[in-house]
Design a protein around this ligand. Structure first.
Ligand code: FAD
Length: 545
């Protein structure tokens, strides 16, 4: 939506395609906040934000992207505020900022703990105000490539049925993450990596696919997120002995170390028998009822509804859960991909601000800052180039493929393959990674892809809200993305950020692996290569928290 607003304001004729109503997008679930160095709560600067982000990325974030991001973020926050985002405020009237993990200064702007909900409403209002056309409940299936340009999108109209081709001189992918590859995840059902798969299948490079972030505080057992804002407000993590164990893992930052560090600490406690039925406790009791009710009302409600625990009186059982995918479609700092006319921004993209590990609060900001930049660049390009008609054959080919999918009468239902993918990814490609498990997982994904390739049965042959069909397509996307993730994971023989191999390669190896993994789709499978990390001024150092 941010890209659409910017492109519209630059003079382009814009439409938004979304498989959901836009305000149901997963961004609406974001809780804790959005990072910009405003310096309202303590001294801060774009430089300091950049340093924290580079360090948090374990030194494979591209530093030119990070510098642009940190410099432009404050103005983007004020823009959102002027559009009506009701951020929480300090007594002096300035926007409040709370501490978040691995941030050198409290720089996370927030609206209580419903920040994403607030932002998504504001952006949607701006779409409505500009009368920007929304193709709502259109499931984008294929990008149209013709004459070396991206010229539109072929979608399945969920409400009325039928394939619809929408031509466009430029397309901005903003399809979000792919957490649903894992069985337990904080991500909504819609987060199936469709945009990344569309780009991959067109031959475009995906970058740093092995880096899936596990968030330290997802509710046990549902996997629903409790924001890092809880720890930002002062919550403790304790084990079954009642010990604040983070002092052994990150003596200075404690619970506010970066997410990869905290998730590993929790998993180690659980693995060493100091957990509570596969979880550890997030303890907020000492914050007091007033602070919990005012600052963390959504988290309290989630804990009460989904774990039966009121954090005012009892500690909440949590564990690490699949949360955010740092990898994605490779773009430059204007969101441009390798295909002329195709741009990407947000979680689907890898620009790469987050490298091997994202800092909390940096993702919402990335969707805004790079959404704006991608929208602007796409509009500039579209306004200076001629329209080319989408060839009829593009839709005819898609129609044929669709009929093939719907015609399968005998075989497996997709959900069994989906369950097997989610469970095996969690078991074999989680917080800690072992070579033999990753190799086993590569084999499992190969078998799952074979089962899928033999044809899955879509029982619903109807036109209206055929979720059976779209879920089958989503499954194909996730299988292909998972194979890229595991291939890149096996090849990265070091521990960096979210990719932790404590049993064979426990340390970061800058000499051999300070580089991006690049995945292409060649002859029906992933093919791996590498590219350089763009370094401006931050040389790699040891990460200590
Ligand atoms: C529970 C939770 C809490 C979080 N809290 C924070 C936080 O406090 N701060 C922070 O910085 N980050 C947070 N994050 C991360 C952040 O919210 C996400 O990374 C970010 O919101 C992703 O935004 P996006 O616009 O890229 O994707 P989304 O918001 O997921 O939007 C994707 C859009 O693409 C559409 N789409 C997808 N596939 C298709 C298709 N095939 N056809 C048509 N449309 C399609 C969807 O309908 C949707 O509209 C959180 C994440 C989670 C899971």
């Amino acid at each position: 939506m941010r890209a659409a607003i910017e492109a519209h304001d630059a003079g382009a004729d814009v439409g938004v395609i979304s498989k959901l109503h836009p305000t149901r997008s997963h961004s609406g679930a974001a809780e804790g906040g959005i990072n910009a160095a405003l310096g309202n709560a303590a001294e801060d600067s774009a430089e300091s934000h950049a340093f924290d982000t580079v360090k948090g990325s374990d030194y494979i974030g591209d530093q030119d992207s990070i510098e642009i991001f940190c410099q432009e973020a404050p103005a983007d926050i004020y823009q959102l505020e002027h559009w009506g985002a009701v951020f929480s405020r300090r007594d002096d009237g300035k926007l409040a900022q709370r501490p978040f993990g691995a941030a050198g200064s409290p720089r996370t702007v927030f609206a209580a703990d419903i920040t994403g909900h607030v932002l998504i409403q504001v952006l949607y209002e701006q779409l409505v105000k500009r009368d920007i056309k929304v193709y709502e409940e259109f499931f984008a299936w294929k990008l149209v490539e013709n004459d070396g340009r991206c010229q539109g999108v072929i979608s399945w109209d969920l409400l009325n049925g039928g394939l619809k081709t929408i031509g466009g001189k430029a397309v901005v992918l903003a399809t979000g993450g792919q957490g649903r590859i894992y069985r337990t995840t904080t991500n909504a059902y819609a987060c199936t990596g469709d945009g990344a798969a569309m780009a991959l299948h067109l031959g475009l490079p995906l970058k740093d696919m092995e880096f899936m972030q596990f968030h330290p505080t997802t509710l046990y057992p549902s996997g629903i997120l409790l924001t890092e804002g809880c720890r930002g407000e002062g919550a403790y993590l304790i084990n079954s002995d009642g010990e604040r164990f983070m002092k052994r893992y990150a003596p200075n930052a404690l619970e506010l170390a970066s997410r990869d560090v905290v998730s590993r600490a929790e998993q180690t406690e659980i693995d060493n028998g100091r957990g509570i039925d596969g979880s550890i406790y997030l303890d907020m009791r000492h914050l007091g009822a007033e602070r919990i009710i005012n600052r963390l009302p959504g988290s309290r409600e989630l804990a009460m509804t989904f774990a039966g625990v009121d954090p005012i009186y009892d500690p909440v059982p949590v564990r690490p859960g699949a949360h955010y995918h740092m990898g994605g479609v490779q773009t430059d700092t204007d969101g441009a991909t390798e295909l002329t006319g195709l741009y990407a921004a947000g979680e689907v993209a890898c620009v790469s601000v987050h490298g091997a590990n994202r800092l909390g609060g940096n993702s919402l900001m990335e969707t805004i800052t790079f959404g704006r930049r991608a929208g602007h660049a796409a509009a500039e390009w579209a306004l200076s180039h001629t329209t080319v008609d989408v060839p009829r054959s593009a839709q005819e080919d898609a129609e044929r493929e669709l009929r093939g999918l719907l015609d399968v009468k005998e075989g497996e239902r997709p959900w069994q393959i989906r369950n097997d993918l989610g469970t095996s990814m969690l078991d074999n490609f989680g917080v800690f990674r072992r070579e033999e498990q990753m190799i086993r997982q590569e084999g499992i994904i190969g078998e799952l892809r074979e089962r899928y390739g033999r044809g899955v049965v879509i029982e619903d042959k109807g036109d209206v809200f055929n979720n059976d069909l779209t879920q089958a397509i989503e499954l194909g996307n996730m299988l292909d993305l998972a194979s890229c993730m595991v291939q890149a994971g096996i090849a990265r023989k070091e521990s960096r950020g979210a990719h932790s191999r404590p049993y064979d390669y426990p340390v970061r190896d800058d000499e051999n692996f300070m580089k991006h993994s690049i995945s292409h789709w060649v002859d029906g499978g992933p093919q791996l290569s590498y590219s350089e990390v763009r370094v401006t001024k931050y040389e790699p150092m040891e990460r200590k928290y």
